[in-house]
Design a binder for this molecule. Structure first.
Ligand code: NDP
Ligand code: GDR
Length: 376
């Protein structure tokens, strides 16, 4: 007789990680349930390629309307799905936006996690259901030790990070208090062609691809000196699953152990596109890098004079200047290693954004000028 298939519930399935995780679990034979928010327009672009028609018998991907701010809705979904594994990926995940909407961020990112844990507990599923919490390197904020590992003290620097600190500890607490299999993945920044357009890596690859195709003439950024440990989302969702297959619940740092600056990432993306860049004004004030001017560029790349400008509106009230993770524990205990370098990831992102920019440029050249959406 065939083994019964495992059932997973993913909150945030329409986001970057949710989409890669859904693909990964479907490949492993899981029945995957996801929570999506009601929106005024379609918001499932990242998972449309794995969509299954609910009219077909036994679909293996099922979407439910829901929201982390709504306890009764979460409880009903958990009751209906009876999941073996819950991956709590939903969040207001933008650090800068959390300064503008701190209360909403706390409601979703902190209390939302509690609501989900309570739903599992009150339904008596605490022995059956394993719980993964999307924790973050932002917890380290003003870093107390380099590189950061599981034992490094936290010092959050934004309403987002403070909310995620609550979520981290409530996950630990439910593990200790109720014996739940609940664990935190402390993930450092991870990106992909599916990354939201307002996070810095995607903003850079998309912006420069648009400039290369003559759709935009300038990319505005904030702090070019910020240092991050950037990995690929595909590698990181594999580890999310591995954590729930362990014998006992533990928290793990997931990172590459390599760091580069936002400025380095701009250079990397520009090099992929064959755009020459020259930065001006470095060293006056670490943040006051005035602007950068395009230099040499490959044939067929049309760019204006100024490519990258620093706009203080993208500075944060409190910044996380540097993050570097130590993934030794994940490697030693679970055999996990990232498979994609930041250079490979950047190349993949640039290639995808260039395809999109070329389509736009083609339409524009043929009289169909579509506006290019930009961050405020
Ligand atoms: P995204 O911003 O791409 O996705 C967030 C998801 O959460 C989306 O599906 C979004 O829905 C959903 N969501 C937002 N608010 C609510 C709500 N109130 N109720 C239900 N769903 C909601 O994030 P990522 O995929 O990049 O990250 C996944 C998780 O991992 C997040 O919790 C993030 O904070 C955390 N994290 C991410 C890291 C990274 O570098 N990517 C690093 C460390 C942690 P919609 O599509 O409708 O907006
Ligand atoms: P982060 O990612 O805040 O680390 O949070 P983001 O890409 O937004 O910023 C990284 C660094 O780049 C600097 N920066 C800019 N950032 C944005 N968004 N836009 C800009 O124009 C810009 N210019 C410079 C930022 O100041 C920052 O230092 C991400 C999210 O996915 C979180 O949910 C997750 O928890 C952490 O990664 C780990």
């Amino acid at each position: 007789m065939s083994e019964q298939r495992k059932v997973a519930l993913i909150t945030g399935i329409t986001g970057q990680d949710g989409s890669y995780l859904a693909e990964f679990l479907l490949d492993k034979g899981y029945e995957v349930h996801g929570i999506k928010r009601r929106a005024s327009s379609f918001n499932t672009q990242r998972i449309d390629h794995v969509y299954q028609d609910p009219h077909e018998p036994n679909p293996r991907l099922v979407l439910h309307y829901g929201d982390l701010t709504d306890s009764s809705n979460l409880t009903r979904i958990v009751q209906e799905v009876q999941p073996d594994e819950v991956y709590n990926l939903a969040a207001q995940s933008h650090v800068a936006v959390s300064f503008e909407s701190p209360e909403y961020t706390a409601d979703v990112d902190a209390l939302g996690t509690l609501r989900l844990l309570e739903a599992i507990r009150l339904l008596g599923l605490q022995r059956k259901t394993r719980f993964y919490q999307a924790s973050t390197s932002e917890l380290y904020g003003l870093v107390q030790e380099t590189p950061q590992r599981e034992t490094t003290p936290f010092y959050p620097r934004s309403p987002y990070a403070v909310a995620k600190l609550y979520a981290y500890w409530i996950t630990v607490n439910y593990r200790e208090a109720y014996g739940m299999f609940a664990c935190n993945g402390i993930l450092f920044n991870h990106e992909s062609p599916r990354r939201g357009e307002t996070f810095v890596t995607r903003k850079i690859t998309r912006g420069l691809a648009n400039i290369a195709q003559g759709l935009e003439d300038c990319l505005y950024l904030g702090n070019l000196n910020a240092l991050r440990d950037w990995g690929h989302a595909r590698d990181y969702v594999r580890m999310q699953w591995m954590m729930l297959q362990c014998e006992r619940a533990e928290d793990f740092v997931i990172a590459t152990g390599r760091q580069c600056s936002v400025r380095d990432f701009v250079r990397m993306a520009a090099a992929e596109l064959g755009i020459g860049l020259r930065f001006k004004g470095v060293g006056v004030d670490e943040r006051a890098v005035v602007d950068s001017v395009s230099g040499e560029h490959a044939p067929a790349v049309r760019i204006g004079d100024v490519v990258v400008r620093v706009d203080p509106r993208y500075f944060r009230p409190a910044e996380v200047e540097t993050l570097l993770g130590d993934p030794t524990r994940a490697h030693e205990r679970l055999g996990w290693k990232p498979e994609t370098t930041v250079e490979q990831m950047c190349a993949e992102m640039v290639a995808e954004d260039l395809k999109i920019a070329r389509r736009h440029a083609f339409l524009k050249a043929n009289g169909h000028d579509l506006p290019v959406a930009r961050e405020e």
